[in-house]
Design a binder for this molecule. Structure first.
Ligand SMILES: Nc1nc2c(ncn2[C@@H]2O[C@H](COP(=O)(O)OP(=O)(O)O)[C@@H](O)[C@H]2O)c(=O)[nH]1
Ligand SMILES: [Mg+2]
Length: 395
C-alpha cells in the first residue's frame, strides 16, 4: 500500500544506543521487521549517544557517516530502530538524500500488508492515519488514490496541507465510527459465549513465539504460521475437545506483541486484544530459544497491563524446546516460575515436534473440569470469574 517501500529495496539499518536496557546491538529484530515488510537489509551500523540530537537524531557527524556508508553499500533507504520525530525524519532525509523510516512505520507497514479481515483493515488504517497525520504530506499517497479525482493539485502549498489534514481527520473520524460498530458486535458475541459458559483460553505472546503453531497443534487447525513478524493479525477461535466428559475449551490465537508497538496500534487493536482481557486463562507463549526471551516476556507483561488483561490467570508456555542445546533442556516439562513474586504454572513444549503437548492438554482438561464444576454450583458466570481468581492461591 505504501509506495515508499518497494519490494526488496536495499536498506541500511541504524541503531542508536542511549544506554537503555533493551538496546539490540545486533539489530536482529529490525532486520526481521525489514524483511517482513519486503525490504532487504544490506548493512547495519550502531552508535552510542547520551541523548537524541533534536535536529538530526544522531548528530551531523554521524549522519555524514551514515550517508557515506549508504553510498558505499548502495542502500536506497535508511531504517532506524528508534522512533524519530517528524522533524528528525525530515531533516535526516534532507541530509542523507534518501528515504528514512523508523521502526514504527515498518510495523505499521507490515500490519497494513497483513490485515485480512474487515475490522483488521479498519484498525490498521486508523493507526496509519493517526501516524500520518503528524507527518509530511508526501507520504499520504494512499489517501490520494482513495480520493480519486477530486480537484487537481499543484505543489503541496499551505491550502493543500490544510485540505489533506482535514481529509485525514475526517477519515480518522469515519474509521473510528466504523470500529465502534465492530466493537459492539464483538461484545454481543462475547455475551453469547458467556451464556454458553464455555472456558475461554487466549494465546498471547511476543511475535514469532509460536502462538499460531501451538494453536494449530492444539486444535488441529491450519492457521497461517510463518517465520515472519506478525503473520497473524486477526484473532481466530476454535473449540478444543478435551476428551473425557465431553468438555471443551474455546481457544483463540491473537496478534503478537512487540517492543515499541506503535501506540496507535495498541489502541487500534483494542477490540481484537479485548479477547485476551476477557479470557478465563491466558497461555503466554514464550520462545525459550530466543536469548532475548526475558525482555520479550516483560514487553508482553506491559501490554497485558495496558489492555487490562493482567489480572487474568496466566500460564507460561515455554516453546521451541527442540531448538534448545542439551545443557538448556528442562529436566521436567512442568514447574512453577516466579514472575513478580507470583508463581505461574510453566509448561515446556515444542509446538513443532509435539513434545509436552500431552501434558498441556491434560492440565487444561483438569483446569476446565475444576472451573466447570465450581460454576455448576454457582450459576452466575461473572461470579465464576471472581471465584477463578481466588484459585490462584492454591499453589
Ligand atoms: N524450532 C521450533 N520452531 C517453532 C516452534 N513453534 C513455532 N516455530 C517456528 O517459529 C516461527 C513463528 O511461528 P508462529 O506460530 O507463526 O509464531 P507467532 O507469531 O507467535 O504466531 C515459525 O517459523 C514456526 O515454524 C517450535 O516448537 N520449535
Ligand atoms: Mg501468529
Amino acid at each position: 500500500m505504501n509506495n515508499d517501500l518497494v519490494v526488496t529495496t536495499p536498506a541500511l539499518l541504524v541503531g542508536v544506543d542511549f544506554g537503555l536496557p533493551h538496546f539490540d546491538a545486533e539489530l536482529d529484530e529490525l532486520g526481521q521487521l525489514a524483511l517482513t515488510a519486503g525490504l532487504r537489509p544490506i548493512a547495519k551500523m550502531t552508535c552510542k549517544r547520551k541523548a537524541p540530537d533534536a535536529a538530526l537524531f544522531v548528530g551531523s557527524g554521524k549522519a555524514d557517516e551514515i550517508k557515506f556508508m549508504a553510498e558505499q553499500m548502495g542502500a536506497k533507504e535508511v531504517l532506524f530502530d528508534q522512533s524519530l520525530s517528524p522533524a528528525q525524519q525530515r531533516n535526516l532525509e534532507r541530509h542523507l538524500g534518501l528515504p528514512v523510516n523508523d521502526r514504527t512505520l515498518l510495523i505499521l507497514e507490515i500490519f497494513a500488508q497483513r490485515a485480512r479481515s474487515h475490522d483488521g483493515k479498519l484498525q490498521v488504517e486508523l493507526a496509519r492515519l493517526q501516524y500520518l497525520s503528524t507527518r509530511l504530506v508526501r507520504r499520504w499517497s494512499h489517501l490520494e488514490r482513495q480520493r480519486g479525482g477530486i480537484g487537481t493539485r499543484g505543489g503541496p502549498g499551505e491550502t493543500q496541507i490544510e485540505l489533506d489534514r482535514r481529509m485525514i481527520n475526517d477519515a480518522i473520524k469515519r474509521t473510528k465510527e466504523r470500529l465502534v460498530k465492530v466493537k459492539k458486535q464483538r461484545s454481543t458475541q462475547r455475551r453469547q459465549r458467556d451464556r454458553r459458559n464455555s472456558f475461554n483460553v487466549s494465546l498471547v505472546g511476543y511475535t514469532n513465539a509460536g502462538k499460531t503453531t501451538l494453536f494449530n497443534a492444539l486444535v488441529k487447525a491450519r492457521a497461517y504460521a510463518a517465520d515472519q513478524l506478525f503473520a497473524t493479525l486477526d484473532t481466530t477461535t476454535r473449540q478444543l475437545y478435551l476428551g473425557e466428559g465431553g468438555r471443551s475449551a474455546s481457544v483463540s490465537d491473537t496478534v503478537g506483541f512487540i517492543r515499541d508497538l506503535p501506540h496507535g496500534l495498541i489502541d487500534a487493536f483494542q477490540a481484537t486484544l479485548q479477547e485476551a482481557a476477557d479470557a478465563d486463562l491466558l497461555m503466554h507463549v514464550v520462545d525459550a530459544s530466543n536469548p532475548s526471551f526475558p525482555e520479550q516476556m516483560d514487553e508482553v507483561k506491559r501490554v497485558l497491563g495496558e489492555i487490562g488483561a493482567d489480572k487474568v490467570p496466566q500460564w507460561l508456555i515455554f516453546n521451541k524446546i527442540d531448538s534448545l542445546p542439551p545443557e538448556r533442556q528442562p529436566l521436567e516439562l512442568f514447574d512453577l516460575f516466579e514472575v513478580d513474586g507470583l508463581p505461574l504454572k510453566r509448561v515446556f513444549v515444542s509446538a513443532q515436534s509435539g513434545q509436552g503437548l500431552a501434558k498441556l492438554r491434560q492440565m487444561l482438561a483438569e483446569e476446565v473440569a475444576r472451573t466447570v464444576s465450581s460454576s455448576e454450583a454457582i450459576s452466575d458466570p461473572r461470579f465464576d470469574l471472581d471465584n477463578f481468581g481466588e484459585n490462584q492461591h492454591d499453589f
